[in-house]
Design a protein around this ligand. Structure first.
Ligand SMILES: N[C@@H](CCC(=O)N[C@@H](CS)C(=O)NCC(=O)O)C(=O)O
Length: 210
């Protein structure tokens, strides 16, 4: 299976951490994609093979022999069901809905982080500081909400924890450490889980330019 990736993407990171945590790295060929900064506002063609693999042209995308999954949610669902015996996310029941509640908040952070990044890549005269402020406010509210959930985090580094850790890691890397004052328990938890080999192996780095 071919997984299209870049080292900067938090959406890619939640998939790759899931793969490493499940111990199934050898089943995947990682295909690096390159992106010019113009991706934020223009249609760009990172790689002809990738363009052919998905009409969405976003990463991550996973091409299997039978089908292509074109977002991190469906890929994580596939990994969890096909290879994880539902270890990353319970198949059903209240534990599933509780996990999805945290996942949706952590996803809200990542969506805001990436929207803000795209806005910051616009030229200064096009950029909306109101929009950037709105995304920052959302990120902070969501970090504060996850802070309240930390005491209930379980022993398994599941998809809710993986997605939360990826949101924390992207924030530290791209936007700095202000969130830590608003969410000190979350920050301490993140520092502990960051030592896991899967987190160490996927530390964010700038996307190669096309
Ligand atoms: N909801 C999607 C979001 C994927 C996404 O936005 N990926 C970004 C990189 S972090 C991307 O490929 N952006 C390129 C573009 O929008 O043209 C997922 O969960 O995979």
């Amino acid at each position: 299976m071919r997984l299209y990736v870049t080292p900067a993407s938090p959406w890619v990171r939640r998939v790759v951490v899931s793969i490493l945590e499940l111990g199934i790295r050898d089943r995947f060929q990682f295909v690096q994609t390159k992106w010019p900064h113009a991706w934020a506002t223009q249609t760009v063609a990172p790689n002809p093979e990738f363009w052919g693999a998905t009409p969405v042209v976003r990463i991550p995308a996973l091409a299997t022999v039978d089908f292509t999954l074109t977002d991190s949610h469906s890929i994580c669902d596939y990994l969890n069901g096909e290879f994880g015996n539902f270890r990353l996310l319970p198949r059903d029941g209240v534990a599933r809905w509780r996990a999805l509640a945290n996942i949706s908040v952590a996803n809200g952070i990542i969506e805001a982080q990436i929207s803000r990044r795209a806005e910051l890549l616009r030229s200064e005269h096009e950029r909306s500081n109101d929009f950037i402020g709105k995304m920052q406010d959302r990120q902070l509210r969501c970090f504060e909400a996850l802070e309240k959930q930390v005491p209930a985090f379980g022993a398994i580094f599941d998809l809710a924890q993986i997605t939360t850790a990826v949101a924390c890691g992207y924030e530290d890397w791209r936007y700095g450490t202000d969130w830590r004052a608003a969410a000190p328990k979350l920050a301490a938890w993140f520092d502990a889980v960051s030592k896991r080999p899967a987190m160490q192996a996927t530390r964010p780095a700038e996307t190669p330019q096309a």
